[in-house]
Design a protein around this ligand. Structure first.
Ligand code: BG6
Length: 517
């Protein structure tokens, strides 16, 4: 009995993956991401008892806060969060671990101050010299921060060898990782001046979503699905990331990015790789990422002419979403009145490998669509209808497996059933699995999961250098063709509709339809 309990305790500790003592240093700590996501999620990890006993958050930003005034600011964000329950006692304790360093990002004095503070915290709290840097600033500051970390002997490779404090150094870099292939390569080169790949965590928060992680489990832990996950049985795959929201005051960023950089290069392509990849040899960072990269290499690269045929772009005009009138993209703040930035993309990719040859992957994502929904739908081939024609059945809906990623997390399998009665009539019915009701546990948010992974040093859910670059390589022909041919029909879809008519044509000319969601 003793041993059993001991085993369970050990197993619990193993699964709970408590990280080693460390300091999390957030650059850009007064920005939206840090205030509304990172700090509340770190607090929530503390609430769940998942942070190490010795722990500190060091917030670095330009604005003139003291540690106290910064704590008050973020306390408000935690109290108002709809996702994180506020617990005054936990907050008090957690808030005590937050320190603020005011500095302009290029100013070496700020890094000297940071180094002194970290050394002091190491000594006082026993953090063991472990540091996780988080770049949550606008991407334009990344190069400078990396340079200064290096110069201040704070980066992995530049920490002093003599009297080197034991301990690890890691860096999380937010998306967008570069704004095209060249800048992504440039950023990788910059990072490698002072960090090793094993220290770099390129974040894509879609990989932290529970249902996205479940994709691998679903595919490889179930004998009944994996054998039919091939061109012999699958007719096509649809991946949709639809948003009812607009650009939420991020006009400046979005004008530069547009949907291809904001969603396609990262979130959509990540989902595609997880659906399409071969089983990895282990659920371990490099094994998984090797398989994902293989898929990215197998995705057929578009020629400029093919972009015309296989990619459709759109931009929303004013319209009605959730019963409310909303402005068009060109009327949003900090957007040019004649902007040609696309807010919708539909793509038809093909994967040139043994498993997927001939199976189209249709991807779409847009802002101001009728609802917020992310799903992956696998449509299977129809069986021969010959048997049923004799009974007057002329058509049937194919089997469809839908992985619902958000907001209703679950899996639906649609199959044919006989309608009760004397006649042979066939109708599709659904078999459903719902995450919430099946497990009834509080799910970690994507950032909680990824922050914890970075603290324990698990890179499985972070993009590797070649992965990010290959994803950019796939998007480049699209960006180049779009730059070369300015759209003349923007805005071309109403807010609250399912995107431009040409996006329907993209799939309908193959005799298929986008799913009605
Ligand atoms: C971000 C994009 O990466 O993902 C946003 O920059 C987008 O434009 C967001 O709205 C969507 O994330 P989620 O988790 O709400 O689907």
């Amino acid at each position: 009995m003793e041993t059993l309990l001991g085993d369970r305790l050990r197993e619990g500790l193993r699964l709970r993956r408590i990280p080693q003592p460390c300091a999390v240093v957030i650059f850009g700590a007064t920005g939206d991401l840090a205030r509304n996501r990172l700090i509340p999620d770190l607090y929530n990890l503390a609430r769940k008892g998942l942070l190490p006993g010795a722990f500190a958050v060091v917030a670095v930003a330009r604005r003139p806060f003291t540690s106290d005034t910064f704590r008050e600011q973020v306390q408000e964000a935690v109290q108002h969060s709809t996702e994180v329950p506020y617990d005054a006692a936990v907050w008090e304790n957690f808030a005590g671990s937050i320190h603020y360093v005011q500095s302009e990002f290029p100013d070496p004095a700020g890094y000297a101050q940071l180094r002194t503070l970290l050394a002091e915290l190491d000594g006082r709290l026993g953090l063991g010299g472990n540091r996780l840097f988080y770049l949550a600033t606008p991407p334009s500051a990344y190069h400078t921060i990396i340079d200064r970390l290096g110069e201040a002997s704070l980066a992995g490779r530049t920490r002093p060898a003599q009297g080197r404090p034991a301990g690890w150094t890691r860096i999380i870099i937010e998306k967008p990782f570069g704004s095209d292939l060249e800048t992504a390569r440039g950023l990788n080169a910059k990072v490698f001046e002072v960090f090793d790949e094993t220290e770099v965590f390129r974040i894509d928060h879609y990989l932290g979503k529970e249902t996205v992680q479940n994709l691998m489990i679903f595919r490889f832990a179930n004998t009944i699905f994996e054998p039919i996950w091939t061109r012999q049985y699958v007719d096509h795959v649809q991946i949709t990331v639809a948003e009812s929201g607009g650009i939420l005051g991020r006009g400046g960023y979005y004008e530069e990015a547009g949907v291809a950089r904001d969603m396609l290069q990262n979130h959509l392509l990540q989902l595609l790789t997880l659906v399409a990849m071969e089983p990895p040899t282990a659920i371990e960072a490099d094994a998984v990422r090797n398989e994902k990269v293989k898929i990215l290499h197998a995705v057929r690269l578009f020629t400029p002419e093919e972009v015309e045929t296989f990619v459709e772009r759109g931009q929303y005009a004013r319209g009605i979403v959730d019963g409310k009138e909303v402005p068009g993209y060109r009327q949003e703040e900090r957007v040019a009145p004649d902007s040609v930035t696309p807010t919708y993309v539909g793509v038809r990719f093909e994967i040139d490998n043994w498993r997927w040859a001939g199976v189209p992957f249709y991807l779409r994502s847009g802002k101001r669509l009728p609802k917020r929904v992310t799903e992956i739908a696998i449509q299977f081939k129809l069986p021969p209808l010959i048997l049923f024609r004799q009974a007057g059945v002329e058509d049937m809906e194919p089997n469809m497996l839908t992985l619902n990623i958000q907001p209703d997390e679950g899996i639906t399998l649609r199959f044919a059933a006989k309608v009760p009665g004397q006649a042979t009539r066939i109708r599709p019915v659904n078999m459903e699995f719902d995450y919430g009701t099946s497990f009834g546990v509080e799910e970690p948010t994507a950032y909680e999961r990824l922050l914890l992974d970075a603290m324990v040093g698990d890179r499985t859910l972070f993009a590797r250098r070649d992965e990010v670059e290959k994803a950019w390589a796939l998007v480049m022909p699209i960006l180049e063709a779009w730059d070369a041919h300015r759209p003349t029909d923007f805005p071309n879809y109403e807010a609250g509709s399912w995107g431009p008519p040409a996006a329907r044509a993209l799939i309908e000319r193959d005799g298929r339809r986008w799913r009605r969601l």
